[in-house]
Design a protein around this ligand. Structure first.
Ligand SMILES: NC(=O)c1ccc[n+]([C@@H]2O[C@H](COP(=O)([O-])OP(=O)(O)OC[C@H]3O[C@@H](n4cnc5c(N)ncnc54)[C@H](O)[C@@H]3O)[C@@H](O)[C@H]2O)c1
Length: 384
């Protein structure tokens, strides 16, 4: 069985190999999701050592694995559209060459386009270790009989914690205070009533989208003492209420929330979901956070709303164009906190991504149903 570990500099091939090894060879208890250490690269796992005595535990009749590596350039180079798929890294030709006769590929960013499927007849399965398989042409995969799986929720804790961090940073102007102090300015005037920020305790916070990330954000906000509203037409209102969160319509949420955080998926329906008309519904001095996808939000009205104070602060991890251009209108707008699309970037996310996909490869090779199929119409994997 040839497997291509098409990793990158985040979900590295060695993490994928270690997770596959754990899943397919050793079958030992689940690997801890905590990363091996706070500093430096993870140590080589003993299970990758061919002389490791634990290898004897591998079932004699188990699949013989031949795992090869490919390292894609992300995040050292931004991801982007490649040959008809979105948010991909590397080139189609490099992937085709690396696949050779591989039957399975585990990847986060490789561009699985129609051309790649056409050129890789041996391929049977692509396990995508990210929340949505946007780098795979699913129609082409299905036409070629290739099963595709994905890894929903793999970075939900990381992204939720980052959203809360952005929210606090924007509400309390932490990055500005830090930058000013480092430039020798003691901004004690930020303590003035007009300058000081608000609290989450007692605030009404609106979550647009109540999926894996929105739910964790809600839990943290409730612990802070916030009243939490959620607008998600696909969430079960009873389940939302059971979490202590009030399900509401989007316009109602925008009118009532002093802090709004976006956590919806980007679809044709949610493109510019928050447009100028909807932004006008926000109460004076509201704080807006977007760590989901840039195109959920129409960016054009934002500089004006910040300058007039109608928006007190804006925190962004994602943008309509990534990275934003040099003449980006928000560069010199007041009270903007930014990060370069980092919400999901924790070591635990990388380990979890590798573990979820390795488990899917295990199911596929054993002929079991996939837990997260993206094209369930393709017959489940080969019988062992
Ligand atoms: N910045 C980052 O690094 C980063 C990391 C992880 C996820 N994300 C993004 O965060 C968002 C949430 O991710 P998730 O893992 O919670 O996804 P999810 O699929 O679990 O949840 C998304 C939710 O959006 C809801 N939704 C769909 N249409 C909607 C609409 N019209 N109005 C309101 N809600 C709607 C869905 O019902 C679903 O509950 C996604 O956009 C994802 O791409 C960003």
């Amino acid at each position: 069985m040839r497997i291509l570990a098409a990793g990158d500099h985040f979900v590295r091939p060695d993490l994928i190999r270690a997770a596959l090894d754990e899943e397919l060879a050793l079958r030992s208890p689940a690997a801890p999701l905590d990363p091996p250490g706070p500093l430096g690269p993870p140590e080589p796992l003993a299970s990758l050592d061919p002389l490791d005595p634990r290898r004897a535990a591998a079932p004699a009749d188990g699949p013989r694995l031949d795992v090869t590596d490919l390292v894609l350039p992300w995040p050292h180079e931004p991801f982007g559209p490649v040959g008809g798929v979105q948010e991909a890294s590397g080139t189609e030709q490099r992937l085709i060459d690396a696949l050779g006769g591989a039957e399975v590929c585990v990847t986060q960013m490789a561009p699985f386009t129609a051309r790649v499927f056409e050129a890789s007849p041996a391929l049977r399965m692509v396990a995508v270790c990210r929340g949505g398989p946007v780098n795979v042409d699913l129609d082409a995969a299905t036409r070629h009989g290739v099963a595709v799986s994905f890894a929903p929720g793999r970075n939900a804790p990381a992204a939720a914690e980052f959203a809360i961090g952005l929210m606090l940073a924007a509400m309390r102007r932490i990055p500005t205070a830090d930058a000013e102090l480092k430039q020798g300015r003691w901004r004690g005037d930020f303590y003035a009533y007009d300058e000081s920020g608000g609290e989450l305790d007692g605030a009404t916070v609106g979550l647009v989208g109540y999926g894996a990330i929105g739910r964790i954000v809600a839990r943290v906000l409730l612990a802070f003492g916030a009243k939490v509203l959620a607008a998600d037409p696909y969430a079960d209102p009873e389940a939302v209420r059971a979490d202590g969160v009030q399900p509401v319509g989007l316009d109602d949420l925008l009118r009532r929330s002093s802090v709004v955080s976006l956590h919806a998926r980007l679809t044709a329906e949610t493109h510019h979901l928050i447009d100028a008309e909807r932004l006008a519904l926000l109460p004076e001095g509201a704080v807006l956070v977007n760590s989901a996808r840039g195109a959920l939000l129409d960016h054009a009205p934002l500089p004006g709303l910040l300058r007039s104070g109608r928006l007190r602060a804006l925190a962004l991890d994602v943008y309509d164009v990534e990275p934003p251009p040099a003449d980006w209108p928000l560069h010199d707008a007041p009270n903007v906190v930014t990060a370069p699309h980092l919400a999901g970037a924790t070591r635990q996310t990388a380990h979890r991504a590798a573990a979820i996909t390795a488990a899917e490869v295990g199911r596929f090779l054993r002929g079991e149903a996939l837990a997260h199929p993206a094209n369930p119409e393709v017959a489940e994997g080969p019988r062992p």
